[in-house]
Design a protein around this ligand. Sequence first.
Ligand code: NAP
Length: 308
Amino acid sequence: MTYTNQLSSNPRGSEQRGTDQRGTEQPDTYRLGHRPLRRLGYGAMQLAGPGVFGPPKDRAAALAVLREALANGVNHIDTSDFYGPHITNEIIREALHPYADDLVIVTKIGARRGADGAWLLAMSRDELIKAVHDNLRNLGLERLDVVNLRAMFGVHGPAEGSLEEPLTVLAELQQQGLVRHIGLSNVTPTQIAQGRTICDIACVQNFYNLAHRHDDALIDELAREGIAYVPFFPLGGFTPLQSTVLSDVAQRLGATPMQVALAWLLQRSPNILLIPGTSSLAHLRENLAAGQLILSSEDLLQLARLAV
Ligand SMILES: NC(=O)c1ccc[n+]([C@@H]2O[C@H](COP(=O)([O-])OP(=O)(O)OC[C@H]3O[C@@H](n4cnc5c(N)ncnc54)[C@H](OP(=O)(O)O)[C@@H]3O)[C@@H](O)[C@H]2O)c1
């Protein structure tokens, strides 16, 4: 098959790219907060140095990746001020400020970095307020479009615990006009339900991909509620997905395994917005072209064997 790098333009949010896994038409965009976003966005975490700590080895390349993403139609960038820390946001600002009117930058708070790069809890009132102001300053914004509260009860996966206090602080910052929309990350269905009693929840960002499907039921529930689901580690994270099944399907389609992994997510549910991360221009172009790839029911059946 052939690909175009340019994402299809979709001014009315009505263009269709194919059918989902139940055979229903799926749109090119999905609403996050007040705006329809193209379903293929970009995750900026890989733009910091090794271990998401310190500067990248090639800052010019990082700037080029961001500019190329926007040139190819991306209007959704995921970031955090704890990437670097600060560095990823500074690179976004240098590359893209003043921002395009339709660009939505989603950030997250709730963690901070130790001097050795450790990921530490930062959910006290003062830490959350400081994090919002750090993001505003480093991104060069007066208001943040979307802020995800990143739960840290479990670093690698969701764990129960009340988010009432930190979410109340974030809702106050929203009322002050510093934050437009609030999302949750690394959370359980119970925490989402609790969160929705405190403020509107615009999106949920959890670990999910072709081989890591603990959130299957949650995704369907959020789709019914009209809430965006944004999987982190869509390609498998620091160790991208590898499997013979995935490679076989990719080879049959004349695509790459990473493109199949992204196309599978796009077909999984219309409320999924993608933020694959890369520090490479070639990988960025490859990932964005996955929007053109349609998987057949036979492909989907084969890929279902990867589910955990
Ligand atoms: N909420 C949270 O707790 C949380 C946690 C983690 C991440 N996130 C967000 O989610 C975004 C995505 O996650 P992620 O970047 O960690 O993981 P990912 O998108 O699953 O995978 C990124 C990895 O895949 C490689 N890669 C990307 N495209 C590729 C391609 N076409 N072929 C081969 N390798 C490819 C990248 O290396 P190269 O740089 O060499 O391409 C990088 O090692 C992040 O950028 C971040 O914004 C959120």
